[in-house]
Design a protein around this ligand. Structure first.
Ligand code: NAD
Length: 492
């Protein structure tokens, strides 16, 4: 058992909850095992968060001073980029280049949010009577931030930065498979001057610790990123509590290659869109529709390029496809490919476990391309969350729209065409929170992100993200020279 401590209500302590075993998926070795939070820890963290949040030293802290703490956090994340990236790579198996980018994105999120907070203003609507009115924004209370394992530090930052900027206390419930970097981020927040008690990090199981957090009467909002079935469960509990939630959920995003697409650009974008992060990405472009006239030649080139991708150890700078997060998840992905074969899929590449070293020891799965399936198969309808791409030809654009939208999800879409009118037209007809045109999987903290349909509720990022963690209050200031007439005896 390691001495890894968890942060509960401002105190670092050994957990007394469920045993968490962090396994390096690249070789199956145990990194550390430690006890996570207990149910009692949730109560302690919420009570401490509430106290710290209403403490005048935080509640009345001028927003530019809160912004200075966020900037400090950004600076310290930059300082520790190598350490934080290495930790995530060890815990999740993601390529070092990817985990570095995630750490940088977390730092940018804090920096951007600090800047947005400095210039945030209330509103003074024009007067419509003997009064003037103000809209002010206040913190909500204790916020529960529940995050998945696939981009841990970036997901934590996207919730933590705006929720703290808004003046709230935050309790992070990280995923069991990737708790270590959330604890490291909490250490940085404390070093940066965040008052004690405002932040807790409670590793533990979702159905126990996460569930208790969602149901806690003093938790006033849940910001969740994860699978759609978990999101639906949380939304149900929130409905009973009449508590706001924001939900960033799963996807099964279509990518469309039109006849006039720049083939080289499209192939690069498609490979990156599905196989980077080993396909463990909510916005992975997992259904690829290709114009029938170019289908055969395009698929030949795509498959050849896919076969040349470098599957290897996450610390190796030449690796493009690293292991999956766990052996358990690798088996889920492999099982999906077996289902696809039963559904009649032709395996164009991948589709079998790789043999030899380092593959025998790690949770590897090769980039896989499948054809011969229709869009209504289980393989095309369910999120696999792994390196599996299905290619489908289309020759009728009306039918294409119908198929691309025939999914319970609506997270993202990619369009490859040189015809800007066609791109605009399709971007309007596709049900998705993000549409990439002649690019894919590019992000900006300044641009909002979220899904439609079963891919989510609410948006993260952008300068309005802070308002997502605030409640608006209206103030009316009377300017009457005379008493209000209704009850005034002189007006009878
Ligand atoms: P998950 O839903 O299993 O778990 C996510 C988090 O919820 C974890 O911390 C987990 O412990 C917790 N949890 C599980 N059950 C819970 C419960 N009953 N109550 C409260 N909390 C609970 O998802 P995952 O496997 O960790 O992540 C993969 C999923 O996340 C994929 O579906 C992916 O598409 C989605 N995702 C979405 C986005 C987005 O921005 N839309 C980003 C990343 C990942």
């Amino acid at each position: 058992m390691s001495d890894t401590k968890i942060l509960v209500g401002g105190e670092w302590k050994l957990g007394s909850g469920k045993l968490i075993r962090s396994i390096n998926p690249a070789n199956g070795e145990l990194i550390t095992e430690f006890k996570g939070a207990s149910l009692e820890d949730v109560d302690i963290a919420v009570a401490a968060g509430k106290r710290a949040m209403y403490d005048p030293t935080w509640y009345h802290l001028k927003s530019f001073k809160r912004a200075a703490i966020l900037s400090n956090i950004a600076r310290l994340i930059h300082r520790d980029v190598d350490k934080l990236a290495a930790l995530q790579t060890l815990d999740t198996g993601k390529c070092l280049s990817e985990t570095k980018a995630l750490v940088q994105s977390a730092a940018e999120t804090f920096q951007y949010t600090a800047a947005a907070l400095e210039i945030q203003e209330g509103e003074l609507p024009p007067s419509r009577g003997d009064f003037f009115t103000m809209s002010v924004y206040e913190p909500m209370g204790v916020i529960g931030a529940i995050t998945p394992w696939n981009s841990p530090i970036a997901s934590d930052a996207q919730k933590l930065a705006p929720a703290l900027a808004a003046g709230n206390a935050v309790i992070i419930k990280p995923a069991e498979w990737a708790s270590l970097v959330s604890l490291a981020l909490a250490e940085i927040c404390m070093e940066a001057g965040l008052p004690k008690g405002l932040l807790s990090v409670l590793p533990g199981s979702g159905s126990v610790i996460g569930d208790k957090l969602v149901r806690h009467p003093d938790v006033k909002k849940i910001s969740f990123t994860g699978g759609t079935s978990t999101g639906r469960l949380i939304a149900g509990i929130a409905a009973d509590k009449l508590m706001p939630v924001s939900l960033e959920l799963g996807g099964k995003s279509p990518t469309i290659v039109f006849e006039d697409a720049d083939v080289e650009h499209a192939i690069n974008g498609i490979l990156y869109g599905i196989f980077s992060s080993t396909g463990q990405s909510c916005i992975a472009g997992s259904r690829l529709f290709i114009a029938a006239k170019i289908y055969d030649s395009f698929v030949d080139k795509l498959v050849a390029r896919c076969k040349a991708l470098n599957v290897g150890l996450p610390n190796d700078s030449s690796t493009q496809v690293a292991p999956l997060v766990s052996f358990q998840h690798r088996d889920v992905v492999a099982n999906y490919v077996e289902i696809a074969k039963k559904e009649g899929a032709k395996v164009l590449c991948g589709g079998e476990l790789l043999q030899g070293q380092p593959y025998d020891d790690g949770a590897f799965y090769p980039p896989t391309i499948l054809s011969g399936l229709s869009n209504n198969t289980q393989t095309c309808q369910e999120e696999i969350f792994g390196p599996v791409l299905v290619v489908l030809p289309f020759d009728n654009e009306q039918d294409l729209i119908q198929q691309a939208n025939d999914s319970v999800f609506g997270l993202a879409c990619g369009l490859w065409t040189q015809d800007y009118k066609k791109a605009l037209n399709f971007s309007q007809k596709i049900a998705a929170g993000t549409v990439w045109i002649n690019t894919y999987k590019q992000f900006s903290i300044a641009t909002q992100f979220g899904g439609v349909k079963e891919s989510g509720l609410g948006r993260e990022k952008g300068r309005n993200s802070i308002l997502g963690y605030m409640q608006q209050k209206s103030l009316y200031w009377g300017l009457n020279q005379e008493p209000l007439s209704w009850a005034d005896p002189r007006s009878k």
